[in-house]
Design a protein around this ligand. Structure first.
Ligand code: HEM
Length: 399
């Protein structure tokens, strides 16, 4: 993939492109393309599917994420302005959204997350101990993906023996290229299997509640009404998507980054107190998540003349790599004083799992470098990243 886009005329006086965020590309190509588009465009139109606006101005991205009245979450997928599904709480607007967030808050609060630290550290440590006896590994499959997924399954109360099945579903749902799944059939099959799995888990807990997040959530009332099975399923599917891929992707970026920058690796090994800033910087520089919203009225945002009902893509990456906001914005700076990024979003939908994500990332980087301080990217690999949410597809390290 070159960093330039294929022009496709103009729309309302702005340039239009065949811009499809689902496509993968060589490692860092999406980031470089966003840098280029942010530097040369105030916003543009994509002509893919029914068409959508793409905001490339950092402050405008943040403003839209905060203004839920104008930029609704009733659709968060640019290709589906009128979805038939409802992911909870992601696709709810306040006030119902606020009720869910209040109820969920106590499971993801700083205190609740801190209490899980010994368990998180033990799981990560055991997995890395197994790897260090070898001289290399494909670190996404063998560590970055299984470590947070296992923690998350425990939190939700799902059987640990299903870990392999979950990892396979994540792959089918989120990582297939257009060539591997040209008509989306594999993705649809996986989504049907995930839904059937959660329907069964919900039914089991309706019969006999357990001491887990799922059972607790099933006993809640929203506006005085119990949560029905359809909404419980929407909640499970969202948690699956939100919690399963983001941390693995970020652990992958951290290992890639410190493999590609041995001088910074030496610094964090010598002084692990630098890891916390390093993790924030990796979240900022590699920003994998690209939210979207549906306009509730005609509005101009970041120079785009958006009409009511149209979709708007809000790439967080342009805010987090904005030269107006940061000195040397593209560099991971282990000594940066205030990182102040929006990798976890902004406004009412800001990531519910940010404290857990930060804990897992810090623990992964600390425990890895305590055990495997010297490593390199194995030669002869073509490093590739997937579209949608930007993460490395496969990374083989040697030590
Ligand atoms: C490094 C890891 C993570 C990153 C970068 C990340 C990023 C984000 C972002 C940008 C959003 C806002 C999306 C939007 O505005 O449309 C979000 C929402 C959310 N995240 Fe995360 N996330 C991470 C990890 C997690 C984890 C571990 C969990 C749960 C265990 C989680 C659960 C959620 C939920 C439930 C939402 C929806 C919140 C709402 O709609 O109110 N995330 N995340």
């Amino acid at each position: 993939m070159s960093t330039t886009l294929e022009p496709d005329g103009t729309h309302e006086g702005l340039p239009a492109y065949r811009f499809d965020n689902r496509l993968g590309g060589p490692v860092l190509s999406h980031h470089e393309r966003w840098d280029e588009m942010a530097g040369t465009h105030g916003g543009f139109r994509s002509t893919v599917a029914r068409g959508f606006w793409v905001v490339t101005d950092g402050p405008a991205v943040q403003e839209a994420l905060q203004d839920w009245r104008t930029f609704s979450s009733t659709s968060v997928t640019v290709l589906e302005p009128d979805p038939k599904f409802l992911w909870i709480p992601e696709m709810l607007d306040p006030p119902t959204h606020s009720v869910w967030r209040r109820l969920l808050g106590r499971f993801f609060s700083p205190g609740a997350v801190a209490a899980r630290e010994p368990e998180v550290r033990q799981v990560a440590g055991e997995m890395i101990d197994e790897l260090r006896t070898r001289d290399g590994a494909e670190v996404l499959d063998e560590f970055a993906r299984c470590f947070p997924t296992l923690i998350f399954m425990r939190l939700m109360g799902l059987p640990e023996e299903d870990l392999g099945t979950f990892l396979a579903w994540t792959h089918e749902l989120l990582h297939l290229s257009h060539r591997e799944d040209p008509d989306g059939a594999r993705q649809l099959t996986a989504m049907a299997e995930v839904s059937a799995y959660f329907e069964e888990q919900i039914a089991l807990r309706r019969k006999a509640p357990r001491d887990d997040l799922l059972s607790t959530a099933m006993a809640w009332t929203i506006d005085g009404e119990p949560i029905d099975d359809r909404d419980m399923l929407g909640f499970c599917v969202l948690m699956f998507q939100a919690g399963f891929d983001t941390v693995p992707i970020s652990v992958g970026w951290a290992l890639y980054h410190f493999a590609a920058h041995p001088e910074q690796r030496a610094e964090i090994v010598a002084d692990p107190s630098l890891i916390a800033t390093g993790v924030e910087e990796i979240l900022r520089v590699y920003s994998p998540v690209v939210p979207a919203r549906k306009a509730t009225r005609d509005v101009e945002i970041g120079g785009c003349p958006v009409k009511a009902g149209e979709m708007v893509m809000l790439p967080i990456v342009v805010a987090n790599r904005d030269p107006e906001r940061y000195d040397n914005p593209l560099e991971v700076d282990l000594h940066r004083k205030a990182t102040n990024h929006i990798a976890f979003g902004s406004g009412p939908h800001r990531c519910l799992g940010s404290h857990l994500a930060r804990l897992e990332l810090n623990v992964a980087v600390e425990e890895w470098h305590r055990r495997i301080p010297h490593y390199r990217i194995a030669e002869g690999q073509e490093l590739w990243q997937h579209g949608n949410m930007y993460g490395i597809k496969s990374l083989r390290l040697e030590w």
